[in-house]
Design a protein around this ligand. Structure first.
Ligand SMILES: Cc1ncc(C[n+]2csc(CCOP(=O)(O)OP(=O)(O)O)c2C)c(N)n1
Ligand SMILES: [Mg+2]
Length: 472
């Protein structure tokens, strides 16, 4: 009895000391736990929100739907040349997407993924990064590479997997880009693997005196990928072993056919940031200036504090702008059809292996495209400032279509790497037995059928050296 009264008075004194030690006496009348800053309260209070008033996390926006400055919003620092560069890069993506998507439908490449509707998220964020920040993408971020000067020839070579594909040498699926020169790490198909890797890259940056406080690792992922355990592993890693890792969630509403409403019950991806002690921002991913501004600030915090920061960009995966007749010399029917989104092509779907109208109404897609088009919104902003007009729009479209078509023509018929290449460069060091065994097996088959069987003969002709290096 006596001991417990003594204990109680000790605890009481301790609590009072904690209360005195803090300046928040009014906010913490009962003090806080000795092991944390959690204030003690006599009220039982369940929480299910990261905002004090229980509302959803707000979405930061700068431009309204018609490109006008939102009341109370501040324009990010942006001059005419930079704004035009952003617009031109946003415009380039659907031109490439339409062509390569149609080319895939013709069976000339094996696979493709478009970024229709996400141009502002990808270009706005890429424009906010330093060109030598490390990017770890998911697969829809080709625009970030293009922003850094990755060429159309590089895009075509990788997607065709031909002899000029220096990065993946024909071994990877289309859109699985990588470029050391552009600080863009290899895309891997298994979802979310890039997220913990990014925390590691961020930590490597932190350990490098030449890059500490100057660079970050920026990792992109979809809201679907954020359901993977690797998302949580990556967030926890960057949080507990602090590293300048910038998490950029592209919330486009779908993971193939699964709507985001089935991916989470809470307040999106942003609500998870504070759980890991990370500064977090939700932005309107269809407003390129909000993305630019938000990611700039997120990057600043990330680099200066050497800590993880999370940005969730709210966007929508949709079908592209209406077809426009390209002005290409000489124009041809095939050129027109390749550059034009068609109702039968699968543009705006998850990938060329998907038909999204099976799980979302066509009208919903059309409505979103009309009322919330990131390219049209930014164009209106530029036009209001006299930084853009109809003539420039037509010229840009013609130029982009011409460039994309020329690059496509160059790569369409280009030979592939030598057949032996498929066994090389996958593992560093000594060649493993299974690769050696597979090469020997192919060699034997080529020696048996390579010269005589027509399907193999014509297939081998597509490769430099026509497989002779293995047949001898
Ligand atoms: C581990 C793993 N599971 C499933 C898949 C198949 N898959 C490929 S993309 C995808 C949807 C991803 O959605 P999200 O992360 O939202 O990205 P989005 O395609 O919307 O850009 C799925 C399920 C995969 N590639 N890897
Ligand atoms: Mg998604």
């Amino acid at each position: 009895m006596f001991r417990s009264a003594l204990l109680r008075s000790q605890i009481h004194r301790q609590s009072r000391n904690y209360v005195r030690a803090t300046s928040q006496v009014a906010a913490e009348p009962y003090g806080h736990l000795p092991t944390s800053q959690s204030p003690i309260t006599p009220k039982m209070n369940f929480i299910n929100s990261v905002t004090p008033d229980g509302t959803q996390i707000p979405t930061y926006r700068v431009l309204d739907g018609v490109g006008e400055l939102l009341d109370g919003a501040e324009l990010p620092e942006i001059d005419e040349a930079f704004a035009r560069r952003i617009y031109e890069n946003m415009m380039q993506i659907p031109v490439i997407d339409n062509l390569l998507n149609n080319v895939q439908r013709q069976g000339k490449i094996s696979f493709y993924m478009t970024a229709h509707g996400e141009e502002a998220t990808v270009i706005g964020s890429a424009a906010a990064l330093a060109d030598n920040d490390e990017i770890l993408g998911q697969y829809r971020e080709m625009g970030a590479l293009l922003w850094r000067g990755y060429g159309l020839d590089d895009v075509m070579a990788q997607c065709f997997g031909n002899a000029e594909d220096a990065s993946t040498k024909g071994k990877q699926m289309p859109v699985h880009f990588n470029s050391k020169e552009h600080h863009f790490h290899a895309i891997s198909s298994p979802l979310a693997t890039q997220i913990p890797q990014a925390a590691g890259v961020g930590f490597a940056i932190k350990r490098d005196p030449a890059r500490r406080g100057k660079n970050c690792a920026a990792v992109y992922f979809g809201e679907g990928a954020a359901s993977e355990g690797d998302f949580h592993a990556g967030m926890l890693l960057a949080s507990t072993i602090p590293s300048p890792t910038l998490f950029i969630a592209r919330n486009n509403g779908f993971a193939i056919s699964t709507p985001s409403t089935e991916q989470y019950h809470g307040d999106g991806i942003a609500a998870r940031g504070p759980g890991y002690g990370m500064d977090t921002l939700r932005v309107d991913g269809n407003d390129v200036l909000a993305v630019l501004s938000g990611v700039r600030e997120a990057r600043r915090r990330c680099v200066e504090q050497g800590r993880g920061v999370l940005v969730e960009a709210m966007t929508y995966r949709y079908v592209p702008q209406l077809p426009q007749l390209p002005n290409i010399h000489p124009p041809s029917i095939s050129t027109f059809s390749l550059l034009t989104p068609t109702s039968t092509s699968s543009v705006g779907h998850h990938s060329t292996s998907d038909d999204s109208f099976a799980y979302r109404p066509r009208q919903e897609v059309e409505d979103r495209k009309r009322i919330d088009n990131p390219i049209a919104r930014f164009r209106k902003f530029l036009e209001a400032r006299k930084w853009w007009d109809d003539k420039e729009e037509d010229e840009l479209k013609d130029r982009l279509k011409g460039e994309v078509m020329r690059a496509f023509k160059r790569h369409e018929t280009m030979q592939r790497h030598e057949v032996r290449e498929m066994f090389e460069g996958v593992y560093r060091g000594e060649e493993p037995w299974n690769i050696r065994e597979q090469r020997e097996e192919l060699k034997a088959l080529l020696q048996k059928y390579g010269k005589d069987w027509e399907p193999w003969r014509s297939e081998l002709k597509k490769h430099k050296g026509e497989g002779k290096e293995l047949m001898q």
